[in-house]
Design a protein around this ligand. Structure first.
Ligand code: NAG
Length: 347
């Protein structure tokens, strides 16, 4: 089905409307599928406002797009035929190779050897049986709308902010969108290095030492490292933070029943890159490289237990920006390592 590169370039060179000569040429070569794919790429570019610097770049991106679409379609076909509980979609990351995706959308990698100072776990004595069956902190007004980190590897800031917004709402009754950018620009201690990565516990330490975190509107997000503007007006304060006992989903459930929790996961797999809906199940890595927030849990009608997560990749990813991941799996580390390093701020 492959068509010569020169012809492909000619087709791609047509812009949004496919010129009939190229259409005919591709038809003659049996390139109907290829044509449909070219049209699909064009449509996708419009939808996501993508502009390429030249035709060579565009031709290269088309090949990546095509490979990703094929991967997504074959995954979804297998999902429909078998018992896979989630599906993938051609989202805004469809013209990125998995390596490129990892490089820009996730952390450089959480330090697996980071020494955690024991913090205590205030929810230890909650009875699992007494916890609600379903928790969704959105319905309690403790979750701000989905944000988008853009081309900056500061998921750690978004994760820490989501947990902080949650505990501030629970303790004060007021939901305020808080500033990731203040963390990116001003929090340069421990593992925290702006767009080059960081860790949520270090973000909590900064917020405590800084006397709070300012609002999103007071210190808006720019998706790049910047000069610290010391914008804090103490809009949101926390007293401390605690680590949920590691590799213990029951402990995590006690915490998430009590407040939104920061969670580190391995978000680098292609299934994560293109997750579109359902409960993510099956194999997943545990090399932690992405920070998200657990904002609830529940069970589907077919009995699959899940964690409800808030991500920071905009609303065109996942379930309007949210994600469900299988809960209480055999591996103690949890799906994609979600039970390895959860933590939360305290008020
Ligand atoms: C849990 O219960 C034990 C035994 O009653 C008690 O010693 C401990 O302080 C409690 N932990 C918390 C975090 O409340």
């Amino acid at each position: 089905m492959g068509i010569p590169k020169a012809l492909l370039l000619a087709i791609l060179g047509c812009g949004v409307c496919l010129c009939s000569a190229a259409v005919l040429a591709a038809r003659e070569l049996g390139g109907d599928d290829e044509l449909a794919m070219v049209a699909r790429h064009e449509q996708w570019m419009v939808q996501h406002g993508r502009v390429y610097k030249d035709e060579t770049d565009k031709a290269h991106r088309f090949l990546v797009f095509k490979a990703n679409v094929k991967f997504i379609e074959s995954f979804n076909a297998a999902a429909a035929a078998g018992n896979r509980k989630f599906w993938l979609g051609v989202n805004q990351f469809a013209d990125l190779t998995n390596d490129e995706f990892r490089a820009t959308k996730t952390n450089k990698g959480f330090n697996p050897n980071v020494v955690k100072v024991p913090t205590g776990f205030r929810y230890q004595n909650l009875s699992i049986d007494a916890l609600p069956q379903t928790v969704d902190w959105r319905t309690k007004g403790a979750v701000t709308p989905i944000k988008d980190q853009g081309q900056c590897g500061c998921c750690w800031a978004f994760s820490a902010v989501a947990a902080t917004e949650g505990i501030v709402k629970i303790s004060t009754g007021k939901l305020t969108s808080l500033s990731e950018q203040e963390l990116v620009d001003c929090d340069v201690h421990g593992e925290d290095q702006g767009c080059n990565g960081g860790e949520m516990d270090d973000a909590f330490k900064f917020i405590i030492k800084n006397g709070g975190l300012t609002t999103e509107s007071n210190y808006p997000y720019t998706a790049q490292d910047g000069q610290c503007k010391s914008g804090s007006n103490g809009a949101a304060t926390i007293k401390g933070y605690e680590d949920v006992p590691a590799n213990d989903e029951a402990a995590l459930m006690k915490a998430v029943a009590s407040q939104p929790v920061s969670v580190a996961v391995d978000g680098g797999d292609m299934t994560f890159q293109f997750y579109s809906g359902g409960v993510m199940t099956g194999s997943c890595g545990t090399d932690l490289d992405h920070g998200i927030a657990a904002i609830g849990y529940g069970k589907t009608s077919d009995g699959t237990k899940y964690w409800l997560m808030k991500n920071s990749w905009g609303t065109t990813w996942g379930e309007n920006g949210f994600l469900r991941m299988e809960k209480d799996i055999a591996d103690k580390k949890g799906m994609c390592g979600l039970a390895m390093q959860p933590s939360y701020p305290t008020a």
